[in-house]
Design a protein around this ligand. Structure first.
Ligand code: ADP
Length: 272
């Protein structure tokens, strides 16, 4: 595939992925998914529905039993993570406690042999994006949970990858901080144009941040659509219940808890 055609290829394309772990029970039963470049794409579903496994297949941390993974049009199904243009941000941010923030962010470049001046420049820029440049000489133990999560984000951004995989990255934060970080993540995603693939079981988080959402249930995707599409035209009772629109569908007269337009994060409201 030429560079020209890879520019127009989807960021991620998954075809008929299946996966089972040692116990033999399939945890993915045929996942087909296309994610466009620059999308904020969320995989939403209850615990155990196969979201993290799908993310790990995209990152190359697991191999599928069958099916293929394409990144920017290139087949990468059996390539290891370091051969994919992908970075990750997980809830367990795994920072090195004895290193400054700056060194934590620059570490990956150091082991790849990037020279010191460039490491410093890129780490400084990434820390500035997450508003931590003023405290870059501190150690992780001197930071709040939200700040540590920002360092993890800076570390994911520092190589300017085309794709960042985020697995419940805000799960450990309290509600207020979570909300702040949702705004920040969304803003940075739009600013950089990096494709984000985000895993959560929290429908409010998914509805507020995503361009599109895939709703997972027991190893299959029930529906893919924009927050509005899922909310207004859920393809099944499961999606309606999970998205929170079942109270409208069943005309029970119940309270309407959430609508995407009520909670959507509008990045243009925030100065970039
Ligand atoms: P989700 O992210 O939606 O919570 P996962 O992809 O983590 O779902 O898990 C899907 C299923 O696969 C669950 O039943 C889980 O117990 C099982 N599973 C996940 N990882 C492993 C593993 N390393 N070994 C065995 N079973 C696993």
């Amino acid at each position: 595939m030429t560079d020209e055609s890879s520019l127009h290829a989807p960021a991620v394309s998954l075809t008929a992925l299946t996966k089972s772990y040692g116990h033999g029970k399939p945890v993915l039963k045929g996942i087909d998914l296309t994610i466009q470049r620059g999308e904020f794409f969320t995989m939403l579903g209850p615990s155990g529905s196969g979201k993290t496994t799908t993310l790990r297949l995209i990152g190359g941390f697991e191999l599928p039993d069958s099916g293929e993974v394409f990144l920017s049009g290139a087949k990468v199904t059996s390539l290891p993570p370091y051969r994919r243009d992908v970075n990750t941000m997980f809830q367990d941010y795994a920072l090195f406690p004895h290193m400054s923030l700056q060194d934590n962010v620059a570490y990956g470049m150091k082991i790849r042999g990037v020279d010191k001046a460039e490491r410093t420049e890129r780490a400084t820029k990434a820390l500035a994006m997450v508003h931590l440049e003023a405290v870059r000489d501190r150690r992780p133990s001197q930071l709040s949970g939200g700040q540590r999560q920002r360092v993890a984000l800076a570390r994911a951004l520092v190589n300017e990858p085309s794709l960042i995989l985020l697995d419940e990255p805000l799960g450990a934060l309290d509600l207020k901080l979570r909300r702040e970080m949702q705004v920040e993540l969304k803003k940075i995603q739009k600013q950089t144009g990096i494709t984000f693939v985000y895993v959560t079981h929290d429908q409010e988080e998914a509805l507020s941040m995503s361009d599109r959402i895939a709703v997972f249930s027991e190893g299959v995707i029930e529906q893919i659509g924009t927050p509005e599409e899922l909310y207004e035209r859920p393809a099944s009772g499961f999606v309606a219940r999970f998205i929170g629109s079942s109270n409208i569908l069943n005309e029970s007269g119940g309270e309407i808890l959430l609508r995407p337009e009520d909670i959507r994060l509008e990045t243009q409201d925030y100065a970039l």
